[in-house]
Unconditional design. Sequence first.
Length: 81
Amino acid sequence: MLLLDELTIENIQTELEAISHEMIALIKKYNLSASSQLEIIDMAQNNIKDQKDYIRFLELSLEGRIYGEAATSIEKENVSK
């Protein structure tokens, strides 16, 4: 995770790319193909049998969401200036 003083759009994009690559690997490994974001958690819960992979999937989901919200906040702040 990035430290507070490292939260820039560029650093966030780099982190999101790394998260995406790791998430895609898990999606492929467990054949996760949901038609909506809401279904993916249930599908992951049912298909990912390795507890470490499931926990990592949830961590990546949460990290992605946090970084997405941080980027949105930074962009709004920059527009306000």
